[in-house]
Design a protein around this ligand. Structure first.
Ligand SMILES: Cc1cc2nc3c(=O)[nH]c(=O)nc-3n(C[C@@H](O)[C@@H](O)[C@H](O)COP(=O)(O)OP(=O)(O)OC[C@H]3O[C@@H](n4cnc5c(N)ncnc54)[C@H](O)[C@@H]3O)c2cc1C
Ligand code: SF4
Length: 322
């Protein structure tokens, strides 16, 4: 295995352009276990860490915040500027364990591979028919699906999307910016809209609005370690006790973060005091946004139920911080 560590961001982009088979590695907490389990074959890695452009958490000219892609998740939790973006702070603090948060980066978190028990528990050298993600001809998760539906389980991405965060991406042609939501394609494999020689440099958060509140709540088998089974990021604008804008993004609900379309019709114009009761009436609506994905811990029906539970709790958590 070749592991290159170019001297600068520009050299890293050049290296990736010259070595189309090389794959970016940052903290390695997502990629290295996949390589160890032989879920992916790589002979060349390009280590992107230590470049000044990709570090730091600082104010932007418009009053927002820039988070370098190489910032460790643990650093997000120690920064007072992130604490004001409550849902993002909460999501970063819920990821995995302290060990992983001290090694994993925010960039790697939102670019982590989608997961599925039929793929991740797979024995690559066995003779069984491989699924689509392995280059086989079928999906075991959803027999009729034309493509892979593996689950995207980043905790932080839904919270970033709730805040309309943008990615700053360095490419051979220069720097481009794109909404975090647009980073993800439709299916559960090869679904990051990032060219091989593009590097995520950082994430920009817009300035905080007056009277806004947010929260992120997730459910996991072991809260202190496991991937989320479901997650809900909520962001509300409130004027004189009345909701004026609402946004909810579900995590571990599908192949990418899933917006609760139409949530404004239920929450906008309502008194904050009425929200917890309104949220409890939305089980059917919320269930529509959670793909009935089965894994070793829960079946599809349970996932929908848990999706509803985290939604209700995220509404309550959002209102607790007054
Ligand atoms: C036991 C365990 C539990 C976990 N639990 C959770 C959890 O609860 N919630 C959660 O959200 N995640 C969880 N994770 C996933 C965890 O790996 C990520 O959260 C972590 O942040 C990944 O960051 P990294 O720097 O280690 O990524 P890496 O492994 O280095 O990279 C991940 C992917 O991103 C790409 N990449 C990384 N940085 C860049 C960049 N700057 N530009 C372009 N591409 C890049 C890499 O090529 C790779 O494909 C868990 C992982 C483990 C092993
Ligand atoms: S969703 Fe289907 S194609 Fe994708 S990894 Fe799972 S079984 Fe394979």
């Amino acid at each position: 295995m070749i592991v290159a560590h170019p001297n600068s961001l520009a050299e890293a982009i050049q290296y990736l352009s010259d070595h189309p088979q090389a794959k970016i590695v940052a903290g390695g907490t997502d990629l290295i276990p996949r390589l160890n389990q032989k879920l992916e074959e790589q002979t060349e890695l390009c280590y992107v860490f230590g470049y000044p452009e990709m570090h730091g958490i600082r104010k932007t000219e418009d009053g927002g915040i820039f988070i370098g892609a190489s910032e460790l998740l643990a650093n997000l939790n120690q920064h007072c500027a992130i604490a004001d973006y409550t849902a993002i702070w909460q999501a970063a603090s819920r990821v995995a364990s302290p060990q992983i948060r001290n090694q994993g980066t925010i960039g790697g978190n939102i670019l982590q591979e989608n997961r599925c028990m039929f793929f991740n528990n797979h024995v690559p050298w066995s003779d069984v028919n491989h699924c689509l993600k392995w280059g086989g001809d079928r999906c075991y998760q959803a027999r009729k699906s034309p493509d892979c539906l593996a689950l995207f389980q980043s905790d932080v991405a839904p919270a970033l999307i709730a805040y309309d965060a943008h990615c700053v991406i360095s490419a051979p042609e220069g720097v481009r910016k794109t909404p975090v939501f647009d980073l993800y394609g439709r299916w559960g494999r090869n679904n990051k809209n990032l060219a091989h020689n593009e590097i995520l440099v950082g994430i920009e958060l817009p300035p905080l609005q007056a009277n806004e509140r947010s929260a992120y709540v997730r459910k996991a088998l072991r809260g202190s370690f496991d991937f989320p089974l479901t997650g809900s990021a909520i962001r509300l604008q409130i004027q004189d006790g009345i909701v004026t804008e609402s946004r909810v993004i579900f995590g571990a609900a599908g192949t990418k973060p899933v917006p609760f379309k139409g949530v404004d019709a239920f929450l906008n114009g309502k008194s904050v005091d009425a929200l917890p009761d309104i949220a409890k009436t939305l089980e059917k609506e919320v269930g529509k946004f959670f793909f009935p994905f089965q894994d070793t811990h829960v079946n599809g029906a349970a996932r929908k139920k848990m999706g509803f539970e985290v939604f209700v709790k995220s509404v309550e958590a959002c209102l607790e911080i007054r």
